[in-house]
Each structure stands twice: as structure tokens, then as C-alpha cells.
Unconditional design. Structure first.
Length: 597
């Protein structure tokens, strides 16, 4: 269900990004189709008895494959005019002659049309919610090997017709499982509500179903940080809606002011913006500069403090706020800085306390207004570089300018010059590295595992930042899927090297013809356009094995409806509720007639 809440994070995948995904998808589909399980065939034709087993796909040629956006739905994957090569093992008995060998068959004119519907699930994760699939093999050729290979070439049409039908019905179940189970397990690697560190987490839940056009896929995420010890304590999102207008790169990421504000608020509530720099954390040269600067203060307070360690305490008194403009971004900070002496065995002695207020300048510059009772001011200009490391957003701060002065008189400003050096050095050597050490770890953006940003470009707009980048696959789809499935809770026992697609059902034939809604026992009759002949071939499925037999065929009873369907490979006879499919006719597997009761 969509909300009126503006997103803190927005991601756009363009057609260029989908083209790279197409290559990985095609490779994955080929691997899945190679594991198709086709039931064995056995039966007799005249005095010939035969069995076919160990059907394997030896080669796939999906050269004409396309993956594109389907507006208002999701994705469309199509394969046109491709081919599949199979190999069967046969055994044929004719009187006293017993012959075994292999059959090489080629399925040509393979066409697959698969539509994937993308939506938001109950927890706010992107999911493939539905798949519609239509697969067709227009023709199949077979070539026999062995001593009597040419003798029973006449069986080729008979065998390949049934095999083609079975192959048609196995493609879509495999693709359905690949999408609804395997690809959804890949989407499970996208963070939704996940920890960032020991203090805060981030909420990347989708606010609505993705918006799909012919050129892009847009996703609106909440993009909200929260204190892990009080997850309900968050700020209201009053930021502007981030807008992405570009299509030149594979992917675009837009982050609003709320994304950064909620992060700083969460860290503030977690108490991270309080630090004490003393003893081992205090550089010796900085301590010496502070001791020299406050020499007079120490002598007036207590000369015995001359040898006491010096510490610096910094506490942010309000959650920092971010302001983003086309010229850059700024952060407003209010903090108290205290310089303390730490005499052994005694309470700390305050040497100085300053309030720092940072009004928002531009170009990621942070100006700190340091005011004591004498109204001393400090101007600090810091440059922050936003970058992507793989799929983690990182910020690096750099102090560019520092100046301290008084608004009372030039004489007081001259008196503050000795304090400028120690404070600037302290910021450069201690405070800024502490900030960078935390921000360089980065925050993961909502992309599946194995996908990384490359060649990113950062742009600033009013109220939000956009990052355009290209995509790089550091891992293949199957590698990520198998890794994620191993991390999931254990289910029923599974063979160590079992295929990822579902095992064939107990009644494989019923599964193959599931779109006919048949019930066991099932018989399919191949005959001419009329029902004059009583004895015809019947394909019967029992106990998961399909076989051809000769059987008596009766004409459809009175009251049966005759429904004309399309090609056997693509058309389907769909019985109405309460009716049952009795038989359908086929001549050279080109047309189908269904009789429904």
C-alpha cells in the first residue's frame, strides 16, 4: 500500500542497467533449463517395443533473448527462434532383435514469453509477486544412431511429437520456480531494516510498489536511520521529494536531507556525539600547545596543576541538521567544548568552556561559532567528499580553513591568536580523523548482493543529492543465490549436488499437462480430424512414467462441446468449471481439437 510519506532514498534502474542484468539473467536461465527433468517414455508400436530414458539437454542456443521493462507491471523476458539439443538413451525390441543406442534430437523454434510482476511485500521488500509464462517449441528433429538406426527412422515423428509436447510443458515450471523462488531469494539480500553499527540501524522499506515505465524502474525507499535502543524515536520527514531526471547511466541514487538528518538524529540520541580526548588519545604536541596556551589560567587557578594531564571534552547539545543546495551542502552543529585538567586523585578542573554554533554556509563548509563569555568566534571551513565504495555510501571530511576572532575588538582578536594554532591542530589531528573513521565505513544502499556502483558522479540539487553510476557484478546470480539459500533456516533434507529447480513431481505427466486441469488416469489421443477409426495410439501417465499404448477410442458422447485450440505447443484446451477434458485430436502436431463435457 502506498503512503504519502516522501522517500528519503530513491533508486532508478535505467535500460542501460537492465542490459547488463540481461546478460546475467540469460546465463542463469540457461543453467536452469539445462536441468529440466523429462519423464521416461516406454510402449510399443506394432511389434516394436521400446523405452526411452536418461533424457539430457546437451546444448542451449538462446541467441535471441531480450529483457526489458514492461510498463505498470515489471519485467519482460523473451526468447525467440532459439534451439535446444537433447540426447536420449533408447532400447528397442523387435521379435528377437534387441537394439540399444542414443537419439540426438534438436528442438527448433523455441519461443519463451515470461512476464514478471514486481511489487512491495508486507515488510516493504521488493518481490516478484507473479509470473506469467508461455513457452513453445515449433518443431523437433531426431537422428538415430546404432546398427538399426535407419530402419526405425519412421519412429522419429512419433517419438519427437510426444517429446516436444513434454518439453513444452517443462520449460515454464522451471522458469516459474527460478523467478518466484530463486530470484526472490536474491532480492532477500537487499537490506530492509538492518543494523548499520552498534548504535544505529537503517530502514530501507519500500513505500509503494515500484514505478515501471518503458525506460526505467523507480523505487521509493523510506531511507530513515533509527537508534537501535529506541527504534520508535525518529524525526518527521518534512524534506522535499527527491527527483531523478537523468537516464544516461545504469543506475541513479537520490538522497534527501531527511536521509542525513535522520542519521545525525539517531547518532545524537545514541550518545555518539560525546567524546573525551585525553591521555593516550591526546597527541603529545597538541597537549603541549594547550598547556602553553592555558599556562596563565593554570597558574591563576592552582600552580599544582602544571603537571596534570590535559583533556578536551566535546558534546553536541542538539541533533545536527543538513541543508542541501545546488552549490553544495552544509551541516548545522551546536556543541560545547571544554578544556580540562585532570589532577591524579582529584576531580577534573575546567580551564575553558566554549559553545560552538555552526550556521550553514555552502560548499560543504562548516563554520563553527565559538562563543564564551567574551564572545570569541571560530570559523572552520570543512570540505566533505561523498563517494561510493561498492554499494556503500561514504563521506570523507577535510578541514580547509580555521580562524578564531572576537567581535568586540581587534585587540582581543590579537590575544586569541595563540589559541588558534592548538585548536586547529586538535581538529586536524584528533576530531576530524575520529569523524572520518566512522563515516569511511559507509552505509549500504538497497542493492542486491553482488552488485556494486562504479564511475559514480555526485550532483547537488535543492533538498537532495543524486549519484549517477554504472553497475558492476562482483558475483554471479547463481553464486549469490546459493550463498543466500545456505544462510536460510534448514528445511527438508536435500542432496548435496541437487539442482536448484524443483524435482519432478510424482506424476510427471500430470504436471506436464497441468494447464489442462487433468485428473488421473489421463489419456491423450492422437488421431485424424475425424473419429471413424477405433484403434489409435494413447499416451498414458501412471506413477510418474509416460508411455505410448494402443487403445480403443470412442467418439465424444452427445452433448460434448468441440473447442478449437491453436498449435499443440502453444494452445491450451481450458475446460470450464465442472467440465472434464475427454480427448483432443492432433494431425502432425499442428492443431488441436478438445471435447469438453
Amino acid at each position: 500500500m502506498a503512503t504519502n510519506e516522501p522517500p528519503g532514498c530513491k533508486i532508478r534502474v535505467t535500460s542501460k542497467g537492465l542490459e547488463m542484468l540481461r546478460q546475467e539473467t540469460l546465463k542463469f536461465v540457461e543453467e536452469e533449463l539445462e536441468n529440466i527433468t523429462i519423464p521416461d517414455l516406454q510402449g510399443k508400436e506394432g511389434r516394436f517395443q521400446y523405452s526411452i530414458n536418461d533424457v539430457k539437454i546437451t546444448e542451449l542456443n538462446l541467441t535471441h533473448a531480450d529483457l526489458r521493462f514492461q510498463p505498470d507491471l515489471g519485467l519482460l523476458f523473451e526468447v525467440h527462434n532459439s534451439s535446444i539439443t537433447l540426447n536420449f538413451q533408447r532400447r528397442i525390441l523387435y521379435w528377437f532383435f534387441n537394439d540399444v543406442g542414443s537419439i540426438n534430437a534438436s528442438a527448433e523454434g523455441v519461443n519463451i514469453h515470461t512476464a514478471l510482476q514486481l511489487s512491495r511485500d508486507v515488510v516493504g521488500r521488493l518481490k516478484i509477486s507473479n509470473i506469467s509464462c508461455d513457452a513453445a517449441v515449433s518443431k523437433m528433429r531426431a537422428k538415430f544412431s546404432g546398427t538399426l538406426g535407419r530402419v526405425y527412422d519412421f519412429l522419429a515423428t512419433f517419438l519427437t511429437t510426444g517429446m516436444r509436447f513434454l518439453l513444452n510443458q517443462q520449460i515454464c515450471p522451471v522458469l516459474n520456480h527460478a523467478g518466484l523462488v530463486l530470484m526472490n531469494s536474491l532480492l532477500d539480500t537487499v537490506p530492509v531494516r538492518t543494523p548499520v553499527d552498534n548504535y544505529v540501524g537503517i530502514d530501507y522499506s519500500l513505500l509503494s510498489d515500484p514505478e515501471v515505465t518503458s525506460a526505467s524502474l523507480d523505487m521509493d525507499f523510506r531511507g530513515m536511520f533509527f537508534d537501535r535502543h529506541n527504534e520508535s524515536d525518529t524525526i518527521v520527514n518534512y524534506a522535499v521529494m527527491p527527483v531523478i531526471r537523468e537516464f544516461d547511466r545504469m543506475v541513479y541514487l537520490a538522497l534527501s536531507e531527511y536521509f542525513f538528518d535522520s542519521g545525525m538524529y539517531a547518532y545524537f540520541q545514541a550518545g555518539v556525539f560525546r567524546m573525551q580526548i585525553a591521555r593516550d588519545r591526546m597527541p603529545k604536541d597538541v597537549e603541549m600547545l594547550l598547556r602553553t596556551t592555558y599556562f596563565g589560567t593554570i597558574m591563576m587557578l592552582n600552580p599544582a596543576l602544571m603537571d596534570a594531564p590535559i583533556s578536551l571534552e566535546l558534546e553536541v547539545t542538539a541533533a545536527p541538521r543538513c541543508l542541501i543546495k545546488p552549490s553544495g551542502a552544509t551541516v548545522s552543529v551546536t556543541a560545547v567544548v571544554s578544556v580540562m585538567a585532570l589532577p591524579p586523585g582529584q576531580p577534573p578542573v575546567q580551564l575553558s568552556s566554549m559553545t560552538m554554533i555552526a550556521p550553514p554556509p555552502c560548499l560543504f563548509q562548516i563554520a563553527l561559532l565559538i562563543a564564551s563569555k567574551y564572545q570569541h568566534y571560530s570559523e572552520n571551513k570543512m570540505n566533505a567528499k561523498v563517494s561510493m565504495k561498492g554499494k556503500k555510501l561514504a563521506i570523507h571530511m577535510d578541514l580547509r580553513r580555521f580562524r578564531i576572532y572576537s567581535n568586540q575588538s581587534a585587540l582581543e582578536s590579537l590575544a586569541l591568536i595563540p589559541l588558534q594554532g592548538p585548536l586547529k591542530t586538535l581538529l586536524q589531528l584528533v576530531v576530524v580523523p575520529i569523524i572520518n573513521d566512522r563515516t569511511k565505513k559507509g552505509v549500504q544502499i538497497p542493492l542486491p548482493e553482488g552488485m556494486d556502483f562504479t564511475e559514480e558522479v555526485v550532483q547537488y540539487h535543492t533538498g537532495f543529492i543524486t549519484i549517477g553510476a554504472n553497475l558492476h557484478f562482483s558475483k554471479g546470480l547463481r553464486e549469490v543465490i546459493e550463498k543466500n539459500r545456505r544462510r536460510q533456516p534448514p528445511g527438508p533434507a536435500r542432496a548435496p549436488h541437487a539442482s536448484l529447480h524443483p524435482p519432478p513431481p510424482r506424476h510427471a505427466f500430470n504436471s506436464a499437462f497441468s494447464f489442462f486441469r487433468l485428473t488421473e488416469p489421463t489419456s491423450i489421443v492422437f488421431r485424424g480430424n475425424t473419429v471413424k477409426t477405433r484403434t489409435k495410439r494413447v499416451l498414458v501417465a501412471t506413477s510418474g512414467r509416460a508411455s505410448w499404448k494402443r487403445a480403443a477410442v470412442r467418439p465424444p458422447s452427445a452433448g460434448a462441446r468441440r473447442v478449437r485450440a491453436g498449435a499443440l505447443s502453444g494452445g491450451a484446451c481450458e475446460p470450464a468449471p465442472g467440465s472434464q477434458l475427454v480427448s483432443f485430436s492432433d494431425r502432425a502436431a499442428t492443431s488441436t481439437s478438445c471435447f469438453l463435457h
